[in-house]
Ligand binder design. Structure first.
Ligand code: ADP
Ligand code: MG
Length: 227
């Protein structure tokens, strides 16, 4: 039997630690993508922010998920800089507002919190689908996540579907011409390159899928065997 995962502080911290590892591992790749259509700092910006998040979470002990997301959001806001710092900061601050006073989220609450975060990114940056930004990875992910949960998928399966949608969205930025952010200054010369922010956003969704599916399996193992 597949058990339902408890989306609590430990799972969300695992998500963030996995994201930090992936950002640091892919720092040069993200910076190379930004060198092609921006100013070659996206990997550096994100690694600076996520290394600080990792430091703060190492000793973090507060069950309130609102406080956890607020800590992550404020850290990214103050450390990342560029266009992506305020956008990722907003994503987590909004997830925090959606999680205030909760020590655990249901599948639906987790999906709603992530959707609120992505809404925050869209409001703050006013980017739409097709503008060649992180929204092209994030929005398909949250839409697919909600659809899969509506179809009664487990949170792990729904996150795996969301991960695939984010990956497709990330790759779909290659033929797009940028109309938001620094890459838009290049006009048609932005075509043919994968957007760096969509790439880090894919890593965010990938990390969430990994953390949630890992927690699901650990729960299933911990469950007493029936009969
Ligand atoms: P900067 O462009 O200031 O150097 P970064 O290099 O850290 O900042 O981040 C660039 C990424 O930010 C882009 O690849 C894009 O995905 C994202 N981005 C830029 N502007 C916007 C916006 N208005 N809305 C959403 N995402 C944006
Ligand atoms: Mg840049």
């Amino acid at each position: 039997m597949i058990s339902n995962v408890r989306v609590e502080s430990a799972v969300l911290i695992d998500w963030m630690l996995r994201f930090a590892d992936k950002i640091v591992e892919n720092k040069e790749m993200l910076t190379a993508l930004d060198a092609a259509i921006g100013d070659a700092d996206h990997g550096i910006n994100m690694a600076r922010g996520m290394e600080e998040v990792r430091r703060r979470l190492a000793t973090y002990a507060d069950d309130d998920l609102g406080a956890l997301f607020k800590t992550i959001g404020m850290t990214l806001l103050s450390k990342v800089g560029g266009a992506s710092g305020p956008l990722y900061g907003t994503l987590f601050l909004r997830m925090g507002v959606a999680s205030v006073g909760k020590s655990e989220l249901t599948d639906g609450q987790f999906a709603a919190a992530l959707a609120a975060g992505v809404d925050g990114v869209r409001q703050r940056g006013s980017a739409r689908l097709g503008d060649k930004t992180m929204v092209d990875a994030l929005l398909p992910a949250v839409v697919t996540l909600q659809q899969a949960l509506d179809d009664h998928a487990s949170l792990c399966d729904a996150m795996e579907a969301a991960r695939r949608a984010a990956e497709e969205g990330m790759k779909a930025t290659i033929p797009m011409q940028a109309s938001k952010g620094r890459a838009s200054y290049l006009g048609p010369r932005s075509i043919g390159h994968q957007d760096p922010g969509a790439t880090s956003a894919y890593l965010l969704i990938l990390s969430a899928a990994e953390a949630i599916c890992h927690a699901t399996r650990s729960d299933a193992i911990a469950e007493p065997h029936p009969g």
